[in-house]
Write a protein that binds this ligand. Structure first.
Ligand code: GDP
Length: 526
């Protein structure tokens, strides 16, 4: 098959949701369609059970499950689908943000009872930064939820994206009758507990046909006609370009646990969602059809066994063809590596992969050569852009409790930072180090892993910090002045970039007002 055909058939996406909205359930149904698993219940939730917080082995076991489900690839109707898992727990949100840099589109699950929840808002911000196309699945229609118009308003209001319903619910909760597809003008009747792979769809070229009453009864038929007329007026046909630009989110209604509305979602997704797109290697636009192989690392997973400190680097292929056994150029280290071990992730299994194409994710066996954001090419220089660090939300100062183990501590910290467990900021003055994380749980993970894997003992002291802001200015002189006037608050990130450590929101605002020539950024790429 030609490279162009391989690219065209690939869909690489992630499912995002607030915990409990139904991401795991939907994932499982999608895999059933792909024939990648045989029965429901086969997909394990990647949720970290908070009751297990004090039991580290238990957490590691659960992390192990999350590795197994990091990437689930399957074939469906001639497409090769790469579904990237995103940790649902907010303490691992940074992991999710990075995973979103490796996808071409997103399916967002929303609970119809709860509407848009906080974690979804945050994840949507990341999608918006990259104009990632989003399809929304409003789930749990078998429950008494909010009014569908209300839910659409909620998405537009809270997520700052225009919606375009492609299906419409008939009734809800115990009176849920089914959905009408505005996209292909057909009716699907709800059956609870459906494990069926094919929903029966009745075509309704004309919604005014009296047949409709037969299926849903008089009052629902009348209501549906009214709704459809209004929706047609309001939205018209879907503007696929607007969806692809990330301006409009098509919306589906259904019930994942009942496998209802899922096939419709999947079929439409395959029709409209983007195949792998061009990306920027520094300033150069690289199309997926670019003959030479390129890709970047967006996730690193360490083996928890201290005797085998190997890791898996997850690489997203951006262009060309990957061939195992080839020598590829590591652009940060400026040297070639022979890649002799690589795995593909097919649903529940890992297997050795000999060749792979743009959109695919491969796991590279790593002994410490890779960092998040690293780029592999056939010789081209540069780094793939769009894998930023985000300002953490909680900061602690690292206190070394065992001076004899300073070297191990340095090494351990650096390696954990390479994996993206947290972010380290080195203050310019003195030797203070701040660790920034998105969630409290990460401090415990770091402390445990430093001890267990590197023999270093640390404590974390509270720090009065609000945000880490990457700074820049068009005026180098002004930037230097700023740095010298705020020396105590200047630090460097892992890439040696300048960061201003703001102590409070009010103070940051004041500093921004006083230094209008300095730009303050909340992500490391701007
Ligand atoms: P995640 O945290 O987003 O992965 O959510 P899960 O897929 O684990 O689902 C959370 C809970 O909602 C589970 O108990 C599911 O069985 C349930 N659930 C998922 N989909 C539906 C649905 O369509 N209707 C109802 N009533 N429950 C659902």
């Amino acid at each position: 098959m030609s490279l162009a055909k391989e690219i065209e058939k690939r869909r690489t996406f992630g499912i995002i949701s607030h915990p409990d909205a139904g991401k795991t359930t939907l994932t499982e149904k999608l895999l059933l369609f792909g024939g990648a698993i045989q029965k429901a219940g086969a997909v394990k939730s990647n949720k970290i059970d908070m009751h297990a917080r004090s039991d580290w082995m238990e957490i590691e076991k659960q992390r192990g499950i999350s590795v197994a489900t990091s990437v689930m690839a399957f074939e469906y109707e001639g497409s090769k689908i790469n579904l990237l898992d995103t940790p649902g727990h907010q303490d691992f949100a940074e992991d999710t943000y990075r995973t979103l840099t490796a996808v071409d589109s997103v399916i967002m699950v929303i609970d119809c009872v709860k509407g848009v929840e906080i974690q979804t808002e945050k994840l949507m911000e990341v999608c918006r930064m990259r104009n990632t196309p989003v399809i929304s699945f409003i789930n749990k229609l078998d429950r008494e939820g909010r009014d569908p118009y209300d839910l659409l308003d909620d998405i537009e209001g809270k997520l700052g994206i225009n919606v375009h319903p492609l299906s419409w619910p008939i009734g809800m909760g115990k009176d849920f009758r089914g959905v009408y597809s505005l996209y292909d003008k057909s009716l699907r009747l709800f059956k609870a507990g459906g494990q069926q792979l094919h929903e029966e769809a009745f075509k309704f070229a004309d919604i005014n046909s009296p047949e409709l009453e037969k299926y849903v009864g008089e009052s629902y038929a009348a209501q549906l006609r009214e709704d459809v007329e209004m929706l047609d007026d309001l939205y018209g046909p879907l503007d696929v370009e607007a969806y692809l630009n990330g301006d409009v989110a098509p919306v589906f209604f259904g019930s994942a646990v009942n496998n209802f509305g899922v096939k419709e979602l999947l079929d439409t997704f395959l029709k409209i969602s983007p195949a792998p797109k061009s990306r920027f290697l520094d300033e150069t636009k690289i199309t997926p059809e670019h003959k030479e192989f390129t890709g970047f690392v967006f996730k690193i997973h360490a083996n928890m066994d201290p005797k085998h400190r190997n890791r898996i680097a997850f690489l997203r292929i951006c262009s060309g063809k990957f061939e195992r056994g080839s020598n590829y150029y590591h652009t940060r280290q400026e040297k070639k590596f022979r890649i002799s071990q690589a795995t593909a992730f097919m649903a529940q299994d890992k297997e050795t992969v000999d060749e792979a194409y743009p959109g695919d994710i491969i796991g590279l066996y790593d002994t410490g050569n890779f960092k998040i954001g690293d780029t592999l090419t056939e010789g081209e220089k540069g780094m793939y852009r769009g894998i930023p660090s985000f300002s953490p939300e909680i900061f602690r100062e690292v206190i070394n409790k065992d001076a004899m183990k300073t070297k191990q501590l340095e090494k351990g910290l650096n390696q954990l930072m390479d994996e993206g467990v947290a972010q380290l900021f080195n203050f310019e003055l003195g030797s203070r180090k701040a660790v920034g994380v998105v969630g409290q749980l990460q401090f415990e993970v770091i402390q445990y892993r430093l001890k267990n894997e590197y023999g270093a003992t640390v404590d974390f002291a509270p720090m009065q910090l609000y945000k880490a802001c990457w700074i820049s200015s068009n005026d180098q002189k002004k930037l230097n002045e700023f740095i010298s006037s705020k020396q105590r608050h200047i630090a460097r990130d892992k890439d040696n970039k300048l960061v201003f450590m703001a102590e409070s929101k009010a103070w940051l605002q004041m500093v921004q007002d006083n230094f209008p020539d300095i730009e303050f950024h909340f992500t490391s790429e701007f």
